[in-house]
Design a protein around this ligand. Structure first.
Ligand SMILES: C[S@@+](CC[C@H](N)C(=O)[O-])C[C@H]1O[C@@H](n2cnc3c(N)ncnc32)[C@H](O)[C@@H]1O
Length: 231
């Protein structure tokens, strides 16, 4: 078997290691400190995250969606495919290099989603973008392994009670927070409910009809709650 070719390297923002972009026989992989972050071989659950999180939004005029974590662009592509022509999608990506690679060698993997006129890229922490540029119809988070087992310790602040309260406040009434996770997490489900969401868990295969099962948390802000009511 051919060895992996290293196409590029970049420091992880915050100084904790290095992203490495590998290529072999048409497959692209981004690794962080030797661990696979994302591969072009399997992206089923990343796409399902978008389809579940944006369900029903095609018919919503001017729908606003925040995608947290660009990776290889599959969640962003699936989001664009679900939404209507007047939607606005902001993608928040921490690493400048990941954005540059998506404009370069990775661009065609998910059909050049950054070229879509509905997309604005913020090279920033999704925590900051979520709070600053809402309210959102949907927030899709795929920035780590999920609520536990983080590769980026600062991401804990997205999944703890304060982070969930911020996400809840940043959503429109009836809006959805969809979270990708390597597996189920009962404590996270409870925290979602305590933050005022209705929470559902979905299981999604990594590949078409095969592969590891991942967990997708679908948390909806109620249409009427203490912080607001449906328009
Ligand atoms: C697993 S990948 C996302 C894969 C993506 N869903 C796809 O379809 O290819 C995680 C991405 O989130 C980014 N990231 C990690 N923490 C972040 C944060 N707090 N804010 C924004 N981006 C973050 C990483 O740099 C990486 O590009």
């Amino acid at each position: 078997m051919k060895p992996w070719e290293v196409l590029a390297r970049a420091p992880v923002p915050g100084g904790k290691g290095e992203f490495v972009l590998h290529h072999r026989d048409g497959t692209f992989v981004i690794r962080v400190n030797g661990q696979e972050l994302m591969s072009s071989r399997v992206h089923g659950s990343e796409e399902t995250l978008a389809r579940l999180g944006c369900e029903g939004l095609r018919a919503t005029p001017g729908a606003r969606v925040l995608v947290g974590g660009l990776g290889l662009g599959y969640t962003l592509r699936a989001t664009l495919d679900v939404l209507g022509g007047d939607a606005q999608v902001v993608v928040a990506e921490l690493a400048e290099a990941i954005v540059a690679w998506n404009r370069g060698p990775l661009a065609s993997l998910a059909g050049e989603p950054l070229q879509d006129g509905r997309v604005r890229v913020e090279t920033a922490d999704v925590k900051r973008v979520m709070r600053g540029a809402g309210p959102w119809n949907a927030i899709l988070l795929d920035v780590d392994n999920g609520p536990s087992g983080l590769t980026q310790p600062s991401n804990a602040g997205l999944y703890d009670s304060a982070g969930l309260a911020a996400a809840h406040a940043a959503l429109k009434p009836g809006g959805v927070l969809a979270v990708w996770s390597a597996g189920p997490d009962e404590r996270f489900t409870r925290r979602l409910q305590q933050a005022g969401f209705t929470a559902e868990l979905h299981s999604s295969r990594a590949g078409p009809g095969r592969g590891t099962r991942h967990t997708l948390f679908l948390a909806r802000r109620r249409r009427t709650d203490r912080q607001g009511s449906a328009p």
